[in-house]
Design a protein around this ligand. Structure first.
Ligand code: ZN
Length: 261
């Protein structure tokens, strides 16, 4: 008997990227809530993640979370991770959940995770490049290491209806697209309008190049820097849709829900 298909969706708790957008909260920076194959979790809980969960309509109760995934240790991606762990576990009264994160977030001189919270979690997984992970019915893998000045991963989730990928912060480098090939849905962090220098983020032309190669059914752009916001993310999405021949390119909005079907 075929098992009942899960209702898979994302909620963008924040769509802001870059220091200015974060500092001025031009867009929220709470990362992405997900329900995938029955697992409830949060991806890259930046500043405001806990507040955005609670303020969401309908509210998303942090106590219902069981999975936290971090792509890297920049503050706009991980600031609220300790708060989320404390809220998810009711201050440790209910030991539960798994944190998946680069090792340098978990221990060492750049550690972000508070030591006293570690026993609150059921397990802590240090991510490695190109490795498969699973939690409950949800299977996912890390990408090759991104080029972003610290240990940074993208992710692909292998859902019953197709592959969902997140191209997180990175420079464009040869072979980056290969890991994300055959993605049905692709979420891409588009911080820059135009990359002048060594920002280690993608710009519009680079996003266009990646989307042309990967050709997902639907792409969602998010994690916008100030110039993209000024230009209008919807205009950028329209441009990318026209230039890449992809059926749909969507500009994520704070609190926006994206159903994977
Ligand atoms: Zn970053």
């Amino acid at each position: 008997m075929k098992k009942k298909m899960a209702n898979n969706f994302l909620v963008f708790l924040g769509t802001g990227g870059s220091r200015h957008v974060m500092a001025e909260q031009l867009r929220s920076t709470g990362g992405t809530y997900f329900e995938l194959e029955g697992e409830r979790g949060i991806f890259d809980p930046g500043p405001g993640a806990l507040g955005q969960l609670i303020k969401n309509k309908p509210p998303l109760n942090p106590e219902n979370l069981s999975t936290i995934i971090l792509s890297h240790g920049h503050i706009d991606h991980c600031n609220d991770v300790n708060l989320i762990i404390d809220s998810m576990t009711r201050g440790g009264l209910k030991k539960k959940g798994t944190l998946f994160a680069p090792g340098e977030i978990i221990e060492g001189k750049n550690q972000v995770l508070f030591n006293y919270l570690k026993p609150f979690l059921f397990s802590i997984e240090k991510l490695k490049p190109c490795k498969q992970y699973s939690v409950g019915e949800l299977n996912f893998s890390t990408s090759v290491l991104h080029q972003h000045g610290m240990e940074t991963y993208g992710f692909s989730f292998f859902l019953e209806d197709g592959k969902l990928s997140f191209i997180t912060d990175t420079s464009l480098f040869p072979g980056l697209d290969e890991y994300y090939s055959n993605s049905r849905w692709l979420v891409l962090n588009l911080v820059l309008e135009k990359n002048c220098g060594n920002a280690q983020h993608l710009d519009i032309k680079e996003a266009e190049e990646l989307l042309k190669k990967i050709q997902p059914e639907v792409a969602v752009i998010t994690h916008f820097g100030r110039k993209i916001l000024r230009k209008g993310p919807e205009k950028v999405a329209d441009y990318l849709e026209k230039e890449t021949g992809i059926k749909k390119v969507i500009a994520a909005q704070d609190g926006g829900r994206f159903d994977l079907k």
